[in-house]
Design a protein around this ligand. Structure first.
Ligand SMILES: [Zn+2]
Length: 183
């Protein structure tokens, strides 16, 4: 699909699926469409609307979302005829990648924290799916569920731990290159 349009810079998404996923999360498939048209050029919102056949209001909203995530930026010019400002947008891949990597690092950090917490505690719960609690909390309540009054029993969290370990492992493998570049 990509790389067939002569003269343009190569599609960055082909080399960086994580960036693609990030843009999709921030701005959906329309965001990906806009970015693919904008890559390597500077365009106004109206030019982008024509190229993508999206409504200009939607293009503006998506540009703004992408701007907030540092994926795109703009240059502002004054129109000499009427004094209005013209915004020409461009892709700022460096910012996008940095932002992406800091989000990835943050998510990994949270998962690792959660894993530590799971490894470091025993959990208790009733049979009614009320929120589980730690041993300390359960013993304070004399092993009676504060929500329904049922008896609190030990809950094995081996599976939670295994699933967290697998998630962390997978993300590290998937993101490894990007994360190491900056840490
Ligand atoms: Zn309960």
């Amino acid at each position: 699909m990509s790389g067939k349009k002569g003269g343009k810079k190569p599609d960055p998404f082909s080399k960086n699926p994580a960036l693609k996923e990030f843009v999709r999360r921030v701005a959906g498939n329309h965001g990906l469409l806009i970015l693919s048209k904008l890559w390597g050029r500077q365009l106004t919102d109206e030019e982008l609307a024509k190229l993508t056949r999206l409504r200009v209001n939607l293009v503006r909203k998506i540009l703004y979302d992408l701007y907030e995530s540092r994926v795109v930026n703009y240059h502002r010019f004054r129109n000499e005829d009427n004094g209005w400002y013209i915004y020409r947008w461009y892709v700022e891949a460096e910012g996008a990648l940095e932002n992406l990597q800091s989000i990835q690092r943050e998510l990994l950090r949270k998962l690792e924290e959660r894993l530590e917490y799971e490894r470091g505690h025993m959990f208790f719960a009733c049979k009614n799916n009320c929120p589980r609690m730690t041993f300390e909390e359960a013993s304070e309540r004399e092993f009676k569920c504060p929500h329904c009054g049922e008896e609190l029993k030990f809950v094995d969290n081996k599976e939670v731990i295994a699933s967290l370990e697998a998630q962390i492992e997978q993300l590290k493998r998937q993101w490894g290159e990007g994360l190491q570049a900056n840490s």
